[in-house]
Ligand binder design. Structure first.
Ligand code: GLC
Length: 752
């Protein structure tokens, strides 16, 4: 139940008024009830910048929007691994939301990057739920510190754009619990988002918008959400079903159609009025908690926010490679080096993705201008290719090679065109446009001292990497990306990012290859057959080579890790493991390192990934400075979701705690013994003989019964452990019959 006072008690409302309240007034606003002095509030996008439509909100919401700071997209923010920084971005987003008299900002998106083909991966944080949850929580806490609400989205298992409004994600519960729900769980349980947005898709056949298990059992009864659940725009299939399932607000409005259906459903007894009262109360509570900010909208410092956007873009840029050429790395660019820039994207930047998150920026920095300003000189430039991906143009290539040949270092700016990825459709391959690769090859042939800068929302494969001693991945870094990249190239800022998503060699290596985006139908179905082996969990467990691993990123200095220590206290669900490691900056420049802590559980009843990220800390150290970094792991960090018991369990035994600078650059590990909890499935007739044998109570009972019964043929004995006891009794094997088995079960269950 909402903990926020509402100005209008729901008891004062008629059935029709309550039904009107749980559906939008138009595309962006909630209903108003003049007779009760209840005004409407606005909810609008989006995750990395306010998209408040200028035109009449009655129209579909893709009209021009008011200018707002376009911050780095989630792909870049996720790559910062810096919760404090993204919280500051959230605060700025909240300030602009409030200043524009919007009450709820529709973001962040924390859906897991199941496949790099997802067209909307630029709007999501990571392939890993732990990192996604921490970054998502930082954003929500920041946004809501401004007195407006966030909308955590898209709940849940919305991991593709293909057929997103109908497809059924077929996901086993353990995979949901360990991979696709934890980011939402962490954000809800640590920040109480004002709203959670349900997704369009079905989960195991049930639309998220009318799934009581998802919206009530998990979200409220298990996680304790106090706020409101809003639908994705148009995700409600049946309004009465949705109200009953725990959806509180349908957006956008349906011109009264949903309200009428709800009234009819209450009147017919199909929908309990108490369920409608609960939803209406939450809408009233949301409107009430929005009032203080609406009364004092305040102002937003857009210039300061642009500077913040630049800081975040640099912090989320990932230096993938910086291989020395002639004995020295190309980055940061040496002072006085004769520089050339190739690539239309350096002049015409792509800094955000298309769709509902698209912001009208307050200003846009391009790399070419930013370099010229910082160097105080003209920078030779050649477009090298056309962004629309037209045929590789020989004249453009020749011009690029000419410009490159006269330079000490050539920066080649490549990336994905807007047409390659977006909300609303998925990619079909992971390659850069051929005309861009051709331009790179022409430049490298003329001058091998090449720095490639990338702007792409989703991962691209890099078969061309041998042409580029240095590669800087910037994802879609927002309106200030151009100046941030210039700062990084010139060493004014460090590339602070680490990969939040694995870069594979090939699409066919990816976990969901062949099962993405699923099979067409009404509904279509997509089977998450890779289970918990998503992202690095897949590549590491299958010992596959990748282009660049999860957590990878270089800087402009070096760090040494001392041997880590791990101290266990408590046991079972009360266990804690304190991990400590001393990190030293052994380079000559101040820099940041992301200390990553992975957990491995080599002995368990279920198949577990080789390693899983369960802690991290970003530290900034002066040259020569060292610091002890500690991460405390709790029971949940060691747990897996037991499919049979349907709960989190800490299975006793050995755990390996790994500490490193990436999932593949592990600098040390410690093995610890953990006292777990007894993991016995309850015994009954359907339990196998093997399950009885290992059970502390059932084992002695069944052995005693077998000893008292006729001998079991040796050949048969090897087979019967996998047989349910009811079958042994039916066949009379081991002297069991249905009656004696029933007595055995009763005795075992009585003994607990
Ligand atoms: C879109 C998106 C959602 C967005 C909403 C409003 O379909 O899925 O993220 O917030 O509709 O634009």
């Amino acid at each position: 139940m909402a903990s926020h006072e509402t100005t209008t008690p729901v008891a004062d409302l008629t059935l029709e008024e309550k039904a009107a309240l749980v559906s939008g007034r138009d595309f962006w606003r909630t209903a108003q009830l003049e007779g009760h002095g209840l005004g409407s509030i606005m909810l609008t996008d989006g995750p990395h910048g306010l998209r408040k439509q200028v035109a009449d909100p009655d129209r579909i919401g893709l009209e021009a929007a008011v200018p707002a700071t376009c911050f780095p997209t989630a792909a870049t923010l996720g790559s910062t691994w810096d919760v404090d920084l993204v919280r500051r971005v959230g605060e700025a987003l909240g300030a602009q939301t409030r200043a524009n008299q919007v009450s709820v900002l529709l973001g962040p998106g924390v859906n897991i990057k199941r496949s790099p083909l997802c067209g909307r991966n630029f709007e999501y944080v990571s392939e890993d739920p732990y990192l996604s949850g921490r970054i998502g929580a930082g954003l929500v806490a920041g946004i809501q510190s401004a007195g407006v609400g966030a909308s955590l989205k898209h709940f849940a298992a919305n991991n593709q754009e293909t057929d997103r409004m109908r497809v059924s994600a077929e996901v086993d519960e353990r995979t949901l619990r360990e991979i696709y729900l934890p980011a939402f769980e962490h954000v809800v349980t640590t920040t109480q988002p004002w709203t959670v947005m349900c997704s369009y898709n079905r989960i195991n056949g049930v639309h998220a918008s009318r799934d009581p298990w998802l919206l009530t059992t998990v979200l409220r009864e298990e996680w304790g959400l106090e706020g409101l659940v809003v639908s994705d725009w148009g995700a409600v299939v049946d309004a009465p079903d949705s109200v009953a399932a725990g959806l509180d607000l349908e957006m956008p409005g349906t011109a009264g159609r949903s309200a009428a259906a709800i009234v009819a459903a209450v009147r017919s007894g199909r929908l309990a009025e108490a369920d409608l009262d609960t939803a209406a109360t939450r809408v009233l509570a949301l409107v009430a908690r929005a009032q203080p900010a609406l009364a004092e909208p305040g102002t937003a410092d857009l210039d300061a926010h642009h500077v913040l956007a630049r800081e975040a873009a640099a912090a989320g840029s990932v230096l993938l490679a910086n291989t020395p050429v002639d004995g020295a790395p190309l980055l940061p660019l040496a002072p006085g080096a004769r520089l050339a820039v190739v690539g239309e994207l350096a002049r015409s930047p792509r800094y955000q993705g298309a769709g509902s998150s698209q912001v009208t920026p307050t200003q846009v920095d391009d790399l070419l201008t930013a370099l010229g300003e910082r160097l105080g000189a003209h920078v030779p430039f050649a477009p090298g290719y056309t962004v629309d991906g037209g045929d590789a143009d020989a004249a453009l290539r020749e011009d690029a090679a000419r410009v490159a040949s006269g330079a000490d270092v050539v920066v080649v700016f490549l990336g994905l065109p807007a047409a390659a990825e977006s909300e609303g459709f998925d990619r079909t391959h992971l390659d850069l446009p051929a005309n861009q690769v051709a331009a790179l090859e022409a430049v490298a042939a003329a001058n091998p001292r090449v720095v490639v800068v990338l702007a792409n929302g989703g991962v691209v494969t890099m078969p061309w990497a041998h042409h580029a001693p240095a590669i800087l991945e910037t994802w879609l870094g927002g309106q200030a990306a151009g100046s941030a990249i210039a700062d990084v190239l010139l060493g004014l800022r460090e590339p602070g990012g680490r990969l939040a998503e694995t870069i594979p060699h090939r699409l066919v290596d990816t976990p969901s290859f062949g099962a993405f985006p699923g099979d067409p139908g009404r509904p279509g179905t997509v089977r998450y057959g890779e289970g918990v082996l998503v992202g690095y969990r897949w590549y590491d467990t299958r010992e596959m080579d990748v282009a660049f691993p999860f957590g990878h990123g270089l800087g402009y200095t070096r760090f040494e890790f001392a041997s880590p220590t791990a101290t266990v206290t408590g046991a079972g669900r009360d266990v804690e493991v304190r991990v400590a490691v001393r990190v030293t900056n052994t380079g000559t420049r101040t820099g940041s390192e992301v200390v990553q802590v992975y957990v491995a559980d080599p002995e368990s009843q279920v198949t577990r990934p080789t390693r899983e990220l369960k802690g991290f800390a970003k530290v900034r150290l002066e040259p020569g400075e060292s610091r002890e970094v500690t991460v405390t792991l709790g029971a949940r960090d060691l747990s897996y979701w037991h499919p049979g018991l349907r709960r989190w369990v800490v299975e006793g035994g050995a755990f390996r705690i790994e500490v490193g600078a990436s999932s593949r650059d592990l600098r040390g590990s410690v093995e610890v013994q953990v006292d777990g909890e007894p993991l016995w499935l309850p015994l009954d007739e359907d339990s196998t003989l093997g399950e009885w044998r290992v059970h502390p109570v059932g084992g002695p009972l069944v052995e005693r019964a077998l000893a008292a019964g006729p001998a079991v043929d040796a050949g048969l004995a090897a087979m019967i452990d996998e047989m349910p006891m009811r079958l042994l009794a039916s066949f009379g094997i081991g002297g069991f019959d249905p009656q004696s088995l029933a007595a055995l079960v009763a005795e075992a269950q009585a003994a607990g």
